[in-house]
Ligand binder design. Structure first.
Ligand code: ZN
Length: 567
């Protein structure tokens, strides 16, 4: 099994490393200092991420191992999606047993590629293109936005839907013309064994909803039709919580159209799930009061969306590269979201690990001693919850003078940064709304804004090439301009201005929701160009955080003995 990634890597090369590099690109290649790599790697604090599996039924415990084994294939697929040259490069790095070589391989695996995600995708392996290909290997190497767009305009609707769809890569036919290839064909050698393992797990588990999801997802790997299994995932309610398949589109920097493979394998936290589900009762009320033109509000939100709080025991692929996911909201398919809503999964043990290893030390640098007392995991956790809930509110399917579209399609490559910023800022708006209603304690208010300000530094340190980081820079600069965040040059400390931040949050919420409702690419672009940047004050504060880990590098004890292709 362990050889699978390597041998398949050679046959899947084709483009990438072996193809001639265009002269212009070659000239931009850089020499990298391997000495700085260990400092780069140390930004990820090694942390065990696990949970107590001893309460599981013995059959479920065996199913868990099968699911983890299947999940390992998501690493192999994602590696290839991120760049066409990754599999061959990994093989090459594995053969270098010098300390520098081992360091490169270690950091390559953290990033799932030779570009440092925390450093605006700067390359750290000599000889690779200086610019990370924005379209990964979802599109043929060198394909531009313009070529793709003029091509899809020649296509009939069904073919155009595939070309812009989640589950098709674009390749070139023998005639050099672009064509759509289903994921089920492109990644068959990984999806077939993964599907087999999911079916074995389905035969073992005692939980009917898990059985149904695993079987349907295994079928989807072969049919390329994810609808039934996404619906089954929405209904999944099991001690073992599994998310596996193609989901997020962040890795497609050209259009945000293509889904990257990932897996999260977790154990459910029942008490926390029940507590958080309570918030869902207020969603329609929040939607009805969003600071936007009432005509953009959704008078009837979809069915009450389930919330799960879980402890992660294994993550793979897009779910385990660079900065670790703390929570997610799926599926992304607008059709299912409008029919069934979306499900939120909160990875509580990952969030606690991040809070302890990064946010506490950051607060000691950027907040005054008095404000540090307001730093709170409860506030941190509640805001992440609100962030996830707010992805489900606001505009999604939109009507542009009679033309039906979605925010995602209209905002293209800017969608992720805008949608993430919207979820953050609307999250603050919503929590304030619930505090004002008395649904949340007033004592949450100060810790909420103070923890949010400290947390902004944590996010922007991820680099602004990544959607979350860029979206947070946008919020930070916008709120600072309106006086909601203040900076004391004497002490070098930042603080929330508790009097001004509420109005500032409301104004930015209005701005983001409106440009989403209008599907305004230009509006998104000017907002991000102006505010999605790191200015001198922010930069000097970030410089002081040098010694603080940026994130965690998870180790998964429960997966240690499970076979399958390794990263
Ligand atoms: Zn989000």
């Amino acid at each position: 099994m362990m050889k699978l990634t390597r041998t398949v890597g050679i046959t899947m090369l084709g483009i990438g490393l072996l193809a001639p590099v265009p002269a212009a690109q070659k000239a931009r290649e850089t020499k990298v200092q391997p000495d700085s790599l260990s400092a780069k790697t140390k930004r990820f604090a090694p942390t065990e991420i696990t949970a107590n599996a001893s309460a599981l039924h013995s059959l479920d415990r065996r199913a868990l191992d099968k699911i983890i084994e299947a999940a390992r294939y998501m690493d192999a697929i994602f590696l290839r999606q991120a760049w066409s040259g990754n599999a061959a490069l990994e093989k090459k790095l594995e053969q270098d047993s010098t300390p520098d070589g081992r360091e490169r391989l270690h950091y390559f695996r953290i990033n799932m590629g030779p570009w440092s995600r925390l450093d605006n995708d700067e390359p750290f392996v000599p000889g690779v293109p200086r610019i990370k290909p924005p379209g990964g290997s979802f599109y043929p190497d060198g394909m531009t936005r313009e070529e793709f767009e003029s091509w899809i305009h020649t296509l009939p609707t069904t073919e155009r839907d595939k070309a812009t769809g989640y589950f098709y890569v674009i390749r070139r036919g023998p005639d050099g013309k672009p064509l759509s290839v289903a994921y089920s064909d492109e990644y068959r050698q990984f999806l077939e064994p993964a599907a087999k393992l999911l079916k074995e797990a389905a035969a073992l588990t005692t939980n009917e909803t898990l059985k149904a999801f695993l079987r349907k997802r295994a079928d989807a790997f072969a049919s390329n039709d994810y609808y039934d299994s996404d619906v089954a995932w929405m209904d999944l309610d099991s001690p073992i919580d599994v998310t596996i398949g193609p989901y997020e589109t962040y890795e497609d920097g050209l259009f945000n159209y293509k889904a990257a493979f990932e897996a999260f394998v977790s154990l459910r936290d029942d008490a926390e799930s029940a507590k958080l589900a309570k918030f869902s009762a207020y969603l329609q009320d929040i939607e009805n009061n969003l600071p936007e033109d009432p005509k953009y509000r959704n008078p009837k939100l979809g069915t009450l969306a389930p919330i799960r709080v879980v402890d992660e025991v294994f993550a793979a692929g897009d779910g385990n590269r660079g900065v670790q996911t703390a929570a997610y909201n799926l599926p992304n398919d607008a059709k299912i979201v409008s029919e069934k809503g979306a499900k939120r999964v909160m990875l509580k043990n990952v969030q606690e690990a991040k809070f302890k290893k990064t946010l506490v030390p950051i607060s000691q640098v950027v907040l005054s001693a008095a404000d540090q007392a307001d730093l709170s995991f409860e506030a941190f956790f509640t805001h992440i919850l609100a962030h996830e809930l707010m992805h489900g509110l606001g505009p999604h399917a939109i009507d542009l003078a009679g033309r039906k579209s979605t925010v995602r399609l209209e905002l293209k490559d800017l969608y992720s940064a805008i949608e993430e910023a919207k979820a953050d800022i609307t999250g603050l708006f919503a929590l304030q709304f619930l505090i004002d209603k008395g649904a949340l304690p007033a004592s949450l208010e100060r810790p909420m804004y103070t923890t949010y300000v400290a947390s902004a530094f944590r996010s922007v340190r991820f680099g602004i090439s990544e959607a979350h980081g860029k979206g947070v820079a946008l919020q930070f600069n916008y709120l600072t301009e309106l006086g909601g965040i203040k900076y004391d040059a004497g002490s070098g400390k930042f603080a929330a201005d508790q009097a001004k931040i509420k109005d500032a949050v409301k104004q930015l919420t209005h701005e983001l929701l409106t440009l989403e409702a209008e599907g305004s690419y230009q509006g998104a672009k000017s907002l991000l160009d102006k505010y999605g940047v790191i200015g001198p004050t922010l930069k000097s504060a970030l410089d002081k955080l040098g010694g603080v880990p940026v994130d965690i590098e998870p180790a998964f004890p429960l997966a240690a003995k499970v076979p399958g292709p390794r990263r």
